[in-house]
Write a new protein. Structure first.
Length: 134
């Protein structure tokens, strides 16, 4: 949800992320909530610069294993990105590419073997559905 003008918008973001190519033996994802600011100067022909700040919860769910440590970890994040909405009436599809920095690295270990590392800085790609009231 966001408010503002076509050039400057602010709002709340709710979403989830998944690791691509995750190893067998567990499921991993991340859920987040944050504040978002978008700036689209007219001379950029619809391209928007986006800034987001918020908190996330990283969840690792082992399959058929017993765990002796936490399977969820929280962290703050900041993200920068560029997006370009493609409008069809009141709706748009908006792809975005950017970078996301977390306040902590997250790791998944199984039997003391590191199986997944979610680093502090990661590339991010997303696709949003946008609706604007006329």
């Amino acid at each position: 949800a966001s408010l503002g003008s076509e050039q400057l918008r602010y709002g709340i973001e709710l979403g989830g992320l998944a690791a691509l190519g995750e190893p067998n033996g567990f499921d991993v994802n991340e859920w987040h909530v944050g504040a978002r600011l978008s700036w689209a100067p007219s001379w950029l022909l619809g391209v928007r610069g986006n800034l987001g700040l918020g908190g996330s919860l990283f969840l690792a769910a082992p399959q058929g294993l017993s765990v002796d440590s936490a399977t969820s970890l929280g962290a703050g994040f900041a993200e920068l990105g560029l997006s370009r909405p493609f409008w069809l009436g009141a709706f748009a599809v908006s792809p975005e590419l950017g970078l996301r920095a977390s306040s902590a690295e997250r790791r998944v270990r199984i039997n003391e073997v590191e199986r997944l590392v979610w680093p502090v800085l990661v590339p991010a790609a997303s696709l949003s559905l946008v609706w604007r009231q006329r």
